[in-house]
Write a protein that binds this ligand. Structure first.
Ligand code: ZN
Length: 326
C-alpha cells in the first residue's frame, strides 16, 4: 500500500518537471524580449541614421544654394555698382565737355584781342568779316540758312530791344556759332547819345538781354558798334567820350570799312548792293563789311549768296569776331 502511495505520489507530483517547464517559458520570454528589443533598436538605429543622413544632405544642399544665391546677389550688386559708377563718370565727363564748350563760346577780351581790334584793317591774308546790324529780325533765319549752307561764321551786332522780341532767333545765332556783338538797346540816337553814361547803360542793357536769352550769366561780347558809327555827326564829341568810358569798362568798338549800302536807299536792288560791295571792298585785304539784319532790308538777305560768291571769287577768307576776341 505504501508503495502504491509512493507510486501515486511519484506519478502526480514531480517538482523537477514543474520547475523545468516554468524555466523554459521564462527563458523563451526573455529571449523574445531581448530579440524584440534588439530588433527595435536596430530599426530605430536604421531609421534614425537615415533620417540624420537625409537631414544632413538636405542641410548641405540648402546651405550651398543659399551661398550661391548670396554670391549671385553680391555679383549683381557689384555689377550694378560698377554700372552706376560708369554712368556717373560719363555724366561728369559730358558735363565737363559741355562746360568747356560753353566756356569756349564766351568772348574774352585780352591784350591780344585789343591789339587785334586796333589792327583790324591790316592783315597779310585776304579776310572779310561779314557783320549784320540791328537784328534779330524776321529775316535772320534766311541769313543764317545762307551762312550755314556756305559754312561761314559771321558777326551780329544785335539790339537789346530786338533780342527781347526774337529770343529764339538770338539763340539760333549763338548756337550756329556766330559772334553776338552789341549795338545798344534802343537805337534811338537822342536817348543813347544823351550822355556817355547812357551809351554804357545801353551796352549793359543789351548785354543783359543777351545773357538772359542765352542763359549765359557770364556772357559779354566786349564789342560795341555805335549806332551810326563812331566818327562824325551831331554826337561826334560825345561818342569820343563814350568810347573812352567803354574802354575803361573793358569794351572795345568797331566800325566798318566796306558796306552793302542797304541803308542808303529805301528799296535798293541787288545790283545796287553788289556795286556798293565791290567799290567799297576793292583793294582791301582786311574787310569789315556792314550789312543789316532787318525786315525793311530783306534785299540784303536775298543778295547774301551773291555777296558771299563775290568775296570767295576775290580770294577772301571769312572770319567772325571770335577770331579777334577770344
Ligand atoms: Zn544800327
Amino acid at each position: 500500500m505504501k508503495k502504491n502511495y509512493n507510486m501515486y505520489e511519484f506519478t502526480y507530483y514531480n517538482p523537477n518537471e514543474y520547475y523545468s517547464k516554468t524555466n523554459k517559458i521564462k527563458n523563451s520570454l526573455i529571449v523574445i524580449i531581448i530579440v524584440l528589443t534588439l530588433v527595435a533598436l536596430l530599426v530605430y538605429q536604421i531609421f534614425f541614421r537615415k533620417d540624420k543622413q537625409i537631414t544632413t544632405v538636405s542641410s548641405v544642399v540648402t546651405l550651398e544654394l543659399e551661398e550661391q544665391k548670396k554670391m549671385e546677389e553680391e555679383r549683381k550688386e557689384e555689377e550694378a555698382r560698377l554700372e552706376a559708377e560708369r554712368i556717373e563718370q560719363e555724366r561728369i565727363q559730358k558735363e565737363e565737355e559741355e562746360r568747356k564748350a560753353r566756356e569756349a563760346k564766351l568772348p574774352k577780351l585780352t591784350n591780344e584781342g585789343i591789339q587785334n581790334i586796333e589792327n583790324i584793317y591790316h592783315s597779310e591774308e585776304k579776310r572779310v568779316f561779314l557783320t549784320f546790324d540791328d537784328g534779330p529780325s524776321n529775316v535772320t533765319h534766311q541769313i543764317l540758312d545762307t551762312l550755314k549752307e556756305n559754312d561761314i561764321k559771321a558777326t551780329f551786332f544785335v539790339l537789346g530791344c530786338n533780342v527781347k522780341i526774337f529770343p529764339e532767333t538770338t539763340k539760333r545765332i549763338y548756337d550756329d556759332g556766330h559772334f553776338i556783338a552789341n549795338h545798344g538797346y534802343t537805337h534811338v540816337y537822342s536817348s543813347i547819345y544823351s550822355s556817355k553814361e547812357a551809351v554804357l547803360d545801353e551796352f549793359n542793357r543789351c548785354n543783359d538781354a543777351v545773357k538772359q536769352v542765352l542763359g549765359e550769366p557770364e556772357y559779354n561780347s566786349h564789342l560795341f558798334r555805335f549806332p551810326g558809327g563812331l566818327p562824325g555827326g551831331k554826337y561826334a564829341d560825345l561818342k569820343k567820350e563814350a568810347k573812352q568810358l567803354l574802354n575803361e569798362n573793358g569794351i572795345v568798338n568797331i566800325d566798318w570799312n566796306a558796306l552793302s549800302g542797304d541803308a542808303e536807299k529805301q528799296h535798293p536792288t541787288p545790283e545796287y548792293l553788289m556795286e556798293r560791295i565791290r567799290t567799297t571792298s576793292e583793294g582791301k585785304n582786311s574787310v569789315v563789311c556792314l550789312m543789316h539784319d532787318a525786315a525793311a532790308k530783306k534785299t540784303t538777305a536775298d543778295t547774301l549768296q551773291e555777296i558771299i560768291n563775290y568775296y570767295k571769287e576775290q580770294g577772301y577768307v571769312f572770319k567772325s569776331f571770335y577770331d579777334i576776341i577770344k
